[in-house]
Write a protein that binds this ligand. Structure first.
Ligand code: KIV
Ligand code: ZN
Length: 512
């Protein structure tokens, strides 16, 4: 007999996007949403509709496209937010509104400046407004971890009576430890009237490194939904990571009384896509999705694994999608094969021109690189601009010179809003020279916060994938670029970041 379902609520596109510089374009969000659907998550929190027009449109576009997962928008407990969320999810096959208000003394007094009675009334009213749009309404008590237990029970009782179907208990500040969090979930389910009519959910942040452990403790004590993100992306130290929750439940079926419907083989491809789009590189020793997660270095371990895999392995790498980087296409592949492969990867290019441009790039790459993998194609389309409308700055041509004893030189031709501009600069290295040449044209005055290079696949002919993080007037953006020449990849990444600064919409942080 099968076990009850543990619902996986993915908030990569909302809480994950609240990581500094992880803001995504609509097309990027759509690619991630499609991949999340393929991963078979139950709920996709697609954004916070009232934050900006861009957020609203992204949620709506995702709601129009996604059929197999519920599409959800976050909303603060006020009429404008809830109605905006309701309009955004309107086209969804299954749409949810997730409304929240803070319930801890410190948040109510210092942030909301509201009395507890007013908070209860606002929560109930928000649920009632949300029910005008969908019967799938989730309520969260922000900072539940520092909320008084009796007050929390009172709020939850009131919103359940009002019609909320999911009750989410967040550790907003990542303060709890597993034994305490499990106990809180158990006590809430025991004390809140009609608790059996709703799904209990947990949402944990990782400030003390315990988000996944806390979430799992909640599951052992009755939670039937976990809110999590791919690679643990999220505010500050991040959220509970989806891959850790899913694989813990799956690997320890002897302990967990639940199952998920996740297709685990899609975990690594999803992790890579999110990392590539956000520029948040996965640390090599990260559980499940880190490059070393299944690598055995010591002789004793290698010997053990060769003799009998289970001596040191509790999961199989292939079960979570490692080694799934199939050889995609080759030099002789045609335009139709290219289009079909992109569709398989969930990539929809904006127009025929974008497809033609991406195909030309693919042919160029195939000339330089013998084997082209799925990851190469993902990088190629991010790089080629599935979002041509924000390609204000574009690399047209480049020449780099570096010689022992001489200052490296970069000569670049850029297209800036359609007009060609040329610049030459020297720097402490060729990357530095390239960035100085770009700045001499763009004059953005932004600060470089991060520069990182990774090989997309193995081999010396692999493409280098570069992430550049820029900050300007309090805004932080990540740019990515990929090329077999890492100096060119660096210049592309810098230009991609400049394009995001140039185009980026202003957003509101829902937790402010
Ligand atoms: O961390 C938090 O409390 C949240 C809520 C909006 C659910 O993200
Ligand atoms: Zn959160």
């Amino acid at each position: 007999m099968s076990k009850p379902r543990l619902l996986i609520f993915d908030t990569t596109l909302r809480d994950g996007e609240q990581s500094p510089g992880a803001a995504m374009t609509r097309e990027e969000k759509m690619r991630i949403a499609r991949q999340l659907e393929r991963l078979r998550v139950d709920v996709i929190e697609a954004g916070f509709a009232a934050a900006s027009t861009g957020d609203f449109e992204s949620i709506r576009a995702i709601a129009e496209t996604i059929k197999e997962s519920t599409v959800c928008s976050l909303a603060r407990a006020n009429e404008k937010d809830v109605r905006r969320a309701g309009e955004a999810i309107q086209p969804a096959a299954r749409g949810r509104i997730h409304t929240f208000i803070a319930t801890s003394p410190i948040h109510m007094e210092k942030k909301l400046r509201m009395q507890p009675d007013e908070v209860v009334a606002a929560a109930v009213q928000a649920v009632q407004w949300a029910l005008e749009y969908t019967d799938d309404v989730e309520f969260s008590a922000e900072d539940a971890v520092r909320s008084e237990f009796d007050f929390l029970c009172r709020v939850f009782d009131a919103v359940i009576r009002a019609g909320a179907k999911t009750i989410n208990v967040p550790d907003t500040v990542g303060y709890s430890i597993p034994v305490q969090w499990g106990e809180r979930m158990r006590a809430l389910i025991e004390h809140v009237p009609n608790s059996d009519r709703v799904v209990w959910s947990t949402h944990c942040h990782n400030d003390l490194g315990m988000a996944a452990a806390n979430s799992l403790a909640a599951v052992l004590n009755g939670a039937r939904q976990v809110e999590c993100t791919i690679n643990g992306l999220g505010e500050r130290a991040g959220n509970a990571s989806l891959e850790e929750i899913v694989m813990a439940v799956r690997t320890r079926q002897d302990l967990f009384p639940v199952e998920t419907r996740i297709d685990a083989a899609q975990i690594v491809p999803t992790s890579r896509l999110v990392s590539q789009i956000t520029g948040y590189v996965v640390q090599p020793n990260k559980a499940i999705v880190g490059a070393n997660a299944f690598a055995h270095e010591s002789g004793i371990h290698q010997d053990g694994v060769l003799k009998h895999r289970e001596t040191y392995e509790i999961m199989r790498a292939e079960d979570v999608g490692w080694h799934a980087n199939k050889l995609s296409l080759g030099k002789l592949s045609g335009r139709n094969a290219f289009r079909t492969k992109l569709a398989e990867l969930g990539i929809a290019l904006a127009s025929e021109e974008a497809l033609n441009a991406a195909f030309a790039k693919f042919k160029e790459l195939a000339d330089k690189k013998r084997e082209i993998f799925d990851e190469d194609l993902q990088a190629l389309v991010s790089d080629e601009g599935v979002t041509p409308e924000i390609e204000h700055y574009k690399l047209v041509a480049s020449l780099f010179h570096s010689e022992t004893g001489e200052a490296p030189v970069a000569e670049l031709t850029l297209s800036v809003g359609g007009a060609e501009r040329h610049a030459r600069a020297t720097g402490s290295g060729p990357v530095d020279a390239a960035f100085l040449a770009i700045e001499s044209i763009a004059g953005s005055g932004s600060d470089l916060l991060l520069y990182s290079v990774n090989a997309i696949t193995t081999g010396t002919d692999a493409q280098g994938e570069v992430t550049v993080r820029l900050s300007k007037s309090g805004r932080i953006v990540n740019g990515q670029g990929a090329d077999t020449d890492i100096i060119v990849a660096s210049a592309k990444a810098y230009l991609n970041a400049l394009n995001k600064l140039y185009a980026g919409p202003e957003r509101v942080n829902p937790q402010l």
